[in-house]
Design a protein around this ligand. Structure first.
Ligand code: GLN
Length: 495
């Protein structure tokens, strides 16, 4: 369906919504109401949201509408409803990370990225579900609820930003924020047929993002189209002195530049990305994408990432090691859920952590504690760091040859709920194509590239050099325009 008058306004693209708000063709209250109505109708079956803020969102919308009516200048995203993943702090909200451990946590501060988003005029309509503490690839590790894929309710939306991807796929909102430590924005975006971008490490402030693995975590946008991702990225990017790893480099005007034609694009592909375990339909779609780039005038050539095979192993040492340290603060005394079944202090710690964390989080803490322990540190953690450096070097060398590297986002389309739940290794392998990006600290985008015969979305991933998000966005936009995959929506929302 195209964006005619018949399209519900919550289903319009972000740029169309913003244009109509600016022209006063629609009001922000109307847009927020349409969003809330869509959530009301469908979220009982999708389960994307953990919290919705109807009164607050309507009040903010009404205030922007009044300011517009008075002829005041309003910020660029004024009145735009956005969903955020429930691991980003905002004063006044309860932030759970979908964990029992944080069931009643009310942060006294707001995340840097959310501050920027709200300063730009966006309205946070609600908080979305995730795998507990962002650990997982299917959303099923949430201690609160299951999120279903809007394209097929028996299937997973991917994870860990399961609700952020599903809320955009279901067209409640035109955009949302997720976080990506090993693929948690891109993999669910791919499985849900939306666009997701993991920025360069340091591009977006991590201040107020509840830490999973601090050297890998990054907040980024999800949107129905590439332009929407560019608009949100521009709003949330920039230096924040409260995050010591935030980098002070100017923020390009992504929203203005994204649609500019890109001449002389060099697209790399890596044979290692087409190895065993890759679903045939996914492989075929990615090959077609490379053909399309060729037809669009890009130079497409093979590159090597010799250490790509070690990325999952390195990640599953580094990320759990950092997690075991970050999560040590939740002991029932300093932070987090406190059990009432204890005799002494040691019991209190053990019972609180035992009852407060779910099985996957415990598995990560145990893995990480082991990898960091005396005697094993050099063998596991220190070695993983060396591999990480080699992976980074592979990318540096590849980007001497090409501007972007194209490949699959995930080895399969959306899998069935429950399918990989009892097999952690199979679950970890769904991150095989996304993890290298985080280890190298570079940016990557996932965008719809096609659909399987059974009608499930297939994502294309483009990786780029550090701080070259604009190149990724332009290359993605070029594909999006030519591939004609944008108009398809899940059947449940009238696609
Ligand atoms: N699925 C990966 C994991 O479980 C990545 C998670 C993420 O990016 N937050 O660790």
């Amino acid at each position: 369906m195209s964006s005619t008058a018949a399209t519900p306004i919550n289903q319009l693209s972000m740029s169309e919504q913003l244009q109509r708000l600016q022209n006063k063709a629609i009001s922000s209250v109307e847009l927020v109401d349409a969003t809330l109505a869509a959530i009301e109708t469908h979220d009982g079956s999708v389960g994307a949201f953990l919290q919705v803020y109807p009164e607050q969102a309507r009040a903010q919308a009404a205030s922007f509408d009044e300011r517009r009516a008075r002829g005041e200048t309003v910020p660029s995203l004024a009145g735009l409803p956005i969903a955020i993943k429930d691991n980003m702090c905002r004063t006044g909200d309860t932030v759970t990370c979908a964990s029992r451990m944080l069931h009643n946590y009310r942060p006294p501060y707001t995340a840097g990225a959310i501050e920027r988003l709200e300063r730009a005029g966006a309205i946070v309509v609600g908080r979305t579900n995730l795998d507990e503490f962002a650990m997982g690839s299917s959303g099923e590790n949430s201690a609160v609820q299951l999120t279903r894929n809007p394209w097929d309710l028996e299937r997973t939306p991917g994870g860990s930003s399961s609700g952020s991807a599903a809320s955009v796929a279901a067209r409640y909102v035109s955009g949302s924020l997720g976080s990506d430590t090993g693929g948690s924005i891109r993999q669910p975006a791919g499985l849900c047929g939306v666009v997701g971008l993991k920025p360069t490490y340091g591009r977006v402030s991590r201040y107020g993002l509840i830490a999973f693995a601090s050297s890998l975590d990054q907040i980024g946008p999800l949107a129905t189209d590439v332009t929407g991702a560019a608009i949100l990225l521009e709003a949330i990017s920039g230096h924040d002195p409260r995050d010591s790893t935030s980098v002070d480099v100017p923020v390009p005007s992504y929203s203005q530049l994204v649609q500019q034609p890109l001449a002389g694009l060099r697209v790399g592909f890596c044979p290692a990305h087409f190895s065993e375990g890759l679903d045939q339909e996914v492989a075929q779609t990615i090959r077609q994408a490379l053909t399309l780039y060729r037809q669009l005038g890009a130079e497409v050539k093979e590159i090597a990432l010799p250490h790509a095979d070690y990325s999952v192993a390195a990640y599953y040492l580094i990320a759990p090691s950092e997690a075991s340290s970050n999560l040590s603060r939740y002991d029932g005394i300093h932070y987090g859920y406190r059990s009432d079944k204890f005799e002494n202090l040691a019991d209190l710690y053990a019972a609180s952590r035992g009852e407060g964390f779910g099985p996957e989080v415990k598995r990560r803490i145990m893995l990480g504690t082991y990898a960091l322990s005396a005697g094993y540190y050099d063998q596991y953690y220190a070695r993983a760091l060396k591999v990480r450096r080699l992976i980074r070097r592979d990318y540096d060398e590849a980007f001497q040859e090409v501007d972007v590297i194209a490949g699959p986002v995930a080895p399969t389309t959306a899998f069935r709920l429950g399918e990989k739940n009892n097999d952690p290794l199979a679950m970890y392998l769904s991150d095989i194509y996304t993890i290298g990006t985080n280890l190298a600290g570079i940016p990557a985008i996932s965008l719809p590239a096609g659909y399987s015969k059974s009608g499930l979305p297939i994502g294309l991933q483009l990786q780029g050099p550090a701080f070259e998000e604009i190149k990724l966005l332009q290359a993605a936009y070029m594909f999006e325009q030519a591939a004609g995959v944008l108009e398809r929506k899940p059947g449940m929302v009238g696609g």
